[in-house]
Design a protein around this ligand. Structure first.
Ligand code: HEC
Ligand SMILES: [Cu+2]
Length: 316
C-alpha cells in the first residue's frame, strides 16, 4: 500500500505519464525561466544603479528625475505580453483538461476518511488501486462521503477536489504503463497522509483481463478477507490492540459488552458489528462522543462484512 516510485527520488519533476504532463511542464519551465530573467534584470539593475549613482560627496544633490516614454512603455508592455502568453497558454491546457472525449472510460472515485475506492461500470470495485488502459481517455467522476478530499496524481499532473454532496470530474489519458502514486492533497484529518492509492496503467488486454477477474478474494478464508479489508480501510482509525486510535482498538472486541453515549449496552455480536460498519452513528461507543466514523454502507458487500466479523473474532 505504501508504494514508492524510484523515479521520484532522482528527478526534479515526477515522471511524465499523461498527455498533460509534457505541456504543463513546458509552461512551468517557461514561468520559471521568465521569472528568473525578470528577477536578474530587476535585482541586477537595482544593484547596478545603487552602486553607480551612490552618494559620493557631502555636496552631492539628487538629480532632477525626468521620464522616458519609450523606456516606460517597453518595461510595461513586455511584461504584459509575457503575462498574456502565460494566460493563453494556461487557458489552452486548462480547456483541454476540462474537455472530456465522448468515448472516455468512466470510473467513479469515492473518497472517504481515509481511503479511495474505484467503481467501474461493470460493477467491479477496487480499493487499493485504480487500473486503466494506456492511451485511452479516462473520465473520473469524483465524490466524497464525508469531508473535502482532493484526488491528486503527480505523474499525470492532475488534481481535483472531492466534495461531499456533489460530483466533480477529472480527465486524463495515461501515456505510460506502470504504477503511479495517488495522494489526497486536501488536509482531511488524522489519517490524511495515509490516504494513498495507486494507478496501474496496463495494456487494453490486461485491463479487460483485470475487469473479468471476478473475486478479488479468491482462495482466501473469511478471516483473511476481513484482515485484508482491515489493512486497506480500517487501520487508519482502528488498531489491533486494546488501545484506541481514532476509534476503539479491536483487540478482544468480540462478544465484549459495549456501552454507548446513548441507549442500552449491547454485546459486540455479528449484528452489532455489522451495524457499526454500515451505520456507525446508530450507537456511538462511550468515550467517542463527537468522533465520527464514515459509514461503509454501499461500500462493503455481505462477504466482506462477514469477513470483518470473522477477522475480529480472531483478535483475542
Ligand atoms: C475515519 C475513522 C474510521 C474508519 C476509517 C473506521 N472507523 Fe470504525 N469507528 C471509528 C470511530 C470514531 C468509532 C467510535 C464511534 C462509534 O461508535 O461510531 C468507531 C467504531 C467502530 C466499531 C465499534 C467498536 C466498538 O468498540 O464497539 C466497529 C466494529 C468499527 N468501528 C468497525 C470498523 C471497520 C470494520 C472499519 C473498516 C471497514 C472501520 N471501522 C473504519 C472510526 C473509524
Ligand atoms: Cu483526504
Amino acid at each position: 500500500m505504501f508504494f514508492i516510485n524510484p523515479a521520484y527520488a532522482n528527478t526534479f519533476m515526477p515522471p511524465e505519464a499523461s498527455q498533460f504532463a509534457g505541456p504543463l511542464d513546458s509552461l512551468y519551465s517557461f514561468l520559471i525561466i521568465s521569472s528568473l530573467i525578470a528577477c536578474v534584470l530587476v535585482i541586477g539593475g537595482f544593484i547596478y544603479f545603487a552602486v553607480k549613482y551612490r552618494r559620493q560627496t557631502e555636496n552631492d544633490k539628487t538629480a532632477y528625475i525626468t521620464h522616458n516614454n519609450v523606456l516606460e512603455f517597453t518595461w510595461s508592455f513586455v511584461p504584459f505580453v509575457i503575462f498574456m502568453v502565460v494566460f493563453a497558454w494556461g487557458w489552452i491546457i486548462y480547456n483541454d483538461m476540462r474537455t472530456f472525449p465522448e468515448d472516455s472510460l468512466e470510473v467513479h472515485v469515492v473518497a472517504q476518511k481515509w481511503n479511495w475506492s474505484f467503481l467501474y461500470k461493470s460493477g467491479k470495485e477496487s480499493a487499493e488501486e485504480m487500473v486503466v488502459p494506456v492511451n485511452k481517455p479516462v473520465k473520473l467522476i469524483i465524490s466524497s462521503k464525508d469531508v473535502l478530499h482532493s484526488f491528486y496524481v503527480p505523474a499525470f499532473r492532475i488534481k481535483q477536489d472531492a466534495v461531499p454532496g456533489r460530483y466533480t470530474a477529472l480527465g486524463f489519458t495515461a501515456t505510460k504503463k506502470g504504477n503511479f502514486q495517488i495522494f489526497c492533497t486536501e488536509y482531511c484529518g488524522t489519517g490524511h497522509s495515509a490516504m494513498l492509492a495507486k494507478v496501474r496503467v496496463v495494456s487494453q488486454e490486461e485491463y479487460e483481463e483485470w475487469l473479468r477477474q471476478g473475486d478479488p478474494y479468491e482462495g482466501m478464508s473469511l478471516a483473511e478477507v476481513g484482515q485484508k479489508i482491515y489493512s486497506q480501510r480500517c487501520f487508519v482509525c482502528h488498531n489491533t490492540t486494546d488501545q484506541p486510535l481514532v476509534g476503539p482498538g479491536f483487540k478482544g472486541i468480540w462478544m465484549r459488552e459495549r456501552t454507548f453515549v446513548k441507549g442500552d449496552p449491547t454485546v459486540a455480536d455479528e449484528n452489532y458489528i455489522r451495524e457499526s460498519i454500515l451505520n456507525p452513528a446508530a450507537k456511538i461507543v462511550a468515550g467517542f462522543e463527537g468522533k465520527v466514523m464514515t459509514p461503509f454502507a454501499g461500500q462493503l458487500d455481505d462477504k466482506e462484512i462477514s469477513g470483518i466479523i470473522e477477522y475480529l473474532k480472531t483478535l483475542k
